[in-house]
Design a protein. Structure first.
Length: 277
């Protein structure tokens, strides 16, 4: 746990939110918010640490946290889901603890109400299917179970940006002067912009990781036309499976390792898959 604490970084957006709280005379409420966010992210990070994920940084945000890892989509879906839900689960025991603290002299009913409000707000907001919120991560993990990695990335991104657009519209029409909410919405838009710019890089990292790990799992035969290029063929790769590409005419099977190897060869990337040994 100590090794995890050294990787914690407070995002500038959270510093601003904390600063606004202090300036407006809500120091105790600000400390509650910080503690809730911290415990939320520690839930994610502790579970990731148990699965031996390679954690680079742990960012604390106003609505939770975001762990920067060196895992690129090749971990089991079950692991990803457990890591994701362990953040929201922390709110359950935090709420229960607040009820017990009501029987002590240093925790008032007003403290409990404020603590309960922040817990429920962060919990429910995090469950929205928007990246990088926990709801968005869960949607992404589930889509990778049903679609190839390349397609699932675009499906989850399109769903995320649609919900974010709706949320932004509601913010502008219903709560146009809610400064914290507008800052969070702005942060989410910036995140989507940066994610979109890096979409090709994300897919490359996924394939590089498969090349390094030599993934194991059930074999999946993918039928492709003879004219399919190597670059198009790799877009059919699923996570958690070992692929064999089947060309109908000649009936030959090509292992995914050969296709991925060819993909990272500039001279072979655009060749038809039938020319890959």
């Amino acid at each position: 746990m100590i090794s995890l604490l050294t990787k914690v970084h407070i995002h500038p957006v959270l510093w601003v939110v904390l600063g606004i709280g202090i300036v407006t005379g809500m120091f105790k409420e600000v400390m509650m918010l910080f503690f809730i966010v911290f415990m939320h992210e520690m839930g994610h990070s502790w579970m990731a640490h148990r699965f031996r994920w390679r954690i680079k940084k742990i960012h604390l945000l106003p609505f939770g946290g975001m762990a920067e890892t060196e895992e690129y989509g090749n971990r089991p879906v079950k692991e990803e889901i457990l890591v994701t839900i362990f953040g929201p689960l922390q709110h359950l025991w935090l709420i229960a603890a607040s009820y017990f603290l009501l029987f002590t002299p240093f925790w008032t009913f007003e403290d409990h109400q404020i603590f309960l409000f922040h817990n429920l707000t962060i919990l429910l907001f995090n469950l929205l299917p928007i990246l990088p919120l926990d709801g968005g991560k869960l949607l992404y993990s589930l889509t990778t179970s049903f679609f190839p990695f390349h397609r699932s990335y675009y499906v989850s991104f399109a769903s995320s940006i649609t919900i974010l657009s709706l949320l932004t519209f509601l913010c502008l029409t219903i709560l146009p002067f809610h400064l914290n909410l507008m800052m969070i919405a702005a942060f989410l838009w910036v995140h989507h912009y940066l994610e979109w710019k890096q979409r090709h890089y994300m897919f490359l990292r996924f394939l590089l990781e498969r090349k390094r790990l030599k993934p194991q799992g059930k074999e999946k035969v993918i039928h492709v036309p003879l004219t399919t290029t190597v670059a198009e063929a790799v877009k059919n790769v699923y996570r958690g499976k070992v692929h064999l590409f089947f060309t109908d005419k000649h009936g030959c099977l090509i292992h995914e390792a050969n296709v991925i190897e060819a993909f990272f060869d500039r001279d072979k990337r655009k060749l038809p898959i039938k020319k890959i040994p």
